[in-house]
Write a new protein. Sequence first.
Length: 123
Amino acid sequence: MGFKVGDTYFNRDGRPGVVVGRDSASQSLNIEREGEGFEKTRAFGYINGLKEDERQTFRSILETMREKPEAAERVTWLQGQIEELKTDPRRHVLTRYLESELAHVMNTEGIYPRTYRIDETKA
């Protein structure tokens, strides 16, 4: 399995860490389990499946969303971002990660909009 710098890694005891370096010659990873890099990565959840440019977009969207004062406003704003990104099929993976984040925010905050959209082929 190939890890990239910035990926979350769990050891056999289930303790999380973040890949901060990779040596392909010796096939070893440098893992950080505390500190600034670890905390920054942990704040955005498990996003190993995103490419680097998608990670930047994901982080940017979440940072902007978190600036919204009301939870309902965050949900509405994030729904709009998802709808906008769905128009580009190359953003499918990013869209799925954002949909998961939307579900997390809705469940955490107890917000259940009267209407929302899902892809019928994935339901």
